[in-house]
Design a protein around this ligand. Sequence first.
Ligand code: ATP
Ligand code: MG
Length: 775
Amino acid sequence: GDEDLDSAASPLPSVSASHTDRRWSDTTSYAGKKKLRSWFQLPNGNWELGKILSISGTESVISLPEGKVLKVKSENLVSANPDILDGVDDLMQLSYLNEPSVLYNLHYRYKQDMIYTKAGPVLVAINPFKKVALYGNYYIEAYKSKSIESPHVYAITDTAIREMIRDEVNQSIIISGESGAGKTETAKIAMQYLAALGGGSGIEYEILKTNPILEAFGNAKTSRNDNSSRFMNHAYEQCFLKMNHVVSILIVLHLFFPLIMDSGIHKLEKLNLMSAKEYKYLRQSSCYSINGVDDAEQFRIVVEALDIVHVSKEDQESVFAMLAAVLWLGNVSFTVIDNENHVEPVADEGLITVAKLIGCDIGELKLALSTRKMRVGNDTIVQNLTLSQATDTRDALAKSIYACLFEWLVEQINKSLAVGKRRTGRSISILDIYGFESFDRNSFEQFCINYANERLQQHFNRHLFKLEQEEYIQDGIDWAKVDFEDNKDCLNLFEKVPSPLTQLRVFVLTTKGVLLCYIFYLVVCHAFGIFIQADLTDEESTFPNGTDLTFANKLKQHLNSNPCFRGERDKSFTVSHYAGEVIYDTTGFLEKNRDLLHLDSIELLSSCSCHLPQIFASNMLSQSNKPVVGPLYKAGGADSQKLSVATKFKGQLFQLMQRLESTTPHFIRCIKPNNFQSPGLYEQGLVLQQLRCCGVLEVVRISRSGFPTRMSHQKFARRYGFLLLESVASQDPLSVSVAILHQFNILPEMYQVGYTKLFFRTGQIGMLEDTRNRT
Ligand code: ATP
Ligand code: MG
């Protein structure tokens, strides 16, 4: 009734943003108006919508669905929005912005297959786990012509294109979410839209058809997603030469080595090389095939895609041979040859096949797998390996072959798509990064993934919150400060280097008597509590006596002062990530970080007679810097260091962040509504936890209370000045701007005039743009 409408129009409830647990809640207690809709929390944590029947003192009587009537404490009720606001397509429009209201609104839409909802500038996408009728040419055309305005990946992609052209700034579409939330699907949908705008240039076909290659080689079936992306920074970059013309696609890929071994490889089964169960590497996982996926058909699609990107039949054969070699390497076993536990490979089918496939001498392969050359001073010593060392060497070799192959493929795709097309002009990058992970047991992989997510989160925070505030303040806009979650403490844990230490390091590395200083350096490093930064993990990884336990103890000893760190029993520690606490088990941490590919293996690969030398020449050799033969040698100087996995990972991440910093970001947050990949099932708790993790509500709150659209006086005057019906006495940009604002009757509360820019509430510029486009 009328009362409902009143509350819809009522001003924003005041919100305490500083209180962590309630950061998301709207803390207005229900002051109590009868007949109003209200949320009541059931013992299982779910919220139910009821109506207040009566209020007496601190208690209310509320009627819930199915005729239930309850007497509850008024303070336990949370305001619900009037029904005219059910299913609004932007959460900004909600009068009451609390957790149950947001959950309800998203669910209300989800039930009707409206899987997209805006949260201010962010697009929320809830995985439907079924085909929804929202894609294809009809919709692409509709979004292009703006005849549909409901939130969509197409709409956000369209905005990115328009802003790229309007502002002449590169754009990025950053897609985040948990595993299985729908990031990769979303990226493909965005690419579909970009490709369609390419309009008959033929390139769209190529862009979409290359996907099967990357998916086949880079994805894996995991327990949480049949098609999980396991390659890092799976970023596609579209370059635009002219307006609306997709002219080339550049695929930037950074591999994350340990993950490939863990999971990337089962997809190879699709290549029908041999039954998957025959390979040890594949046996490590229990997932052999994916329901409903026809392996032969997949294989055909991959081959077709390789044809399209002009990988010759001969090269294709090498590719498959190399894949087979990786699998066979896993089957190579060792036998003890002396009483010091040194081993050599058994010359069985596995070893023979590997040698044949990569085209090398079986004797050389044996040596590469069972010995290591050490350089001490000017001498070279050949050292026999123990079983665990030999196994590591074998696995490192397999990982490298696989990783280099993947990188080579990406290069081929890029080359083929860029032929004859200059890479100039502005670009839109689509970033699909695997989301925050927290399992029962979390190891080095989760550590790296979560660190990457922590970084992305900072990017998100910075962009949407910090920059926002700073800009208001700088431009003299009156705007109440809003606190936001800052994850700096957590990031410090991963990467902080106190400045004196950086200097110290230079000192150490240029001083003679290297070894002494080296040890001193280790001690000092640890005293400063450095984590992943080429330091703690690296030093421990290469330092002869480093074990998981000493590593864990050092962490506990030195990081305890960081509020985001907590030492646990045994070899574990807890990190408070922005998305929640994760307990990491350091067992195998150092091992995984080491991932050394020894010089011997590299030499072997570059000398063999198959296609490897071409494929690997550029990749593998460039990765290995100068040869490294052990910790003693390592102390010799910075340029002789072999980078550990963590350091490589961090380097790639920094490069990526640097690229992103120079773009205008657009954010899509994918949400997984249940853990069963099941359509229609919407689990409140699970959705809520993800919404909390990605800070969707703070964004809405800030955007709504602020002025998210802004334009310099000059730009505004230039862009809309020609729409003025009467000439303005003074031609300075500010006067012209103000005249435009008056002519279009833009209400004073809808904008603010800053020193250099005009600031608008959401939706205001849209009207001006429409008029401009019609003129
Ligand atoms: P990971 O981090 O493990 O790579 P992801 O977030 O990339 O996960 P996707 O592979 O994109 O997840 O999505 C998982 C599955 O969810 C898809 O295989 C598909 O079945 C389904 N899915 C996701 N988005 C959609 C959509 N828009 N329409 C239909 N199905 C979808
Ligand atoms: Mg994916």
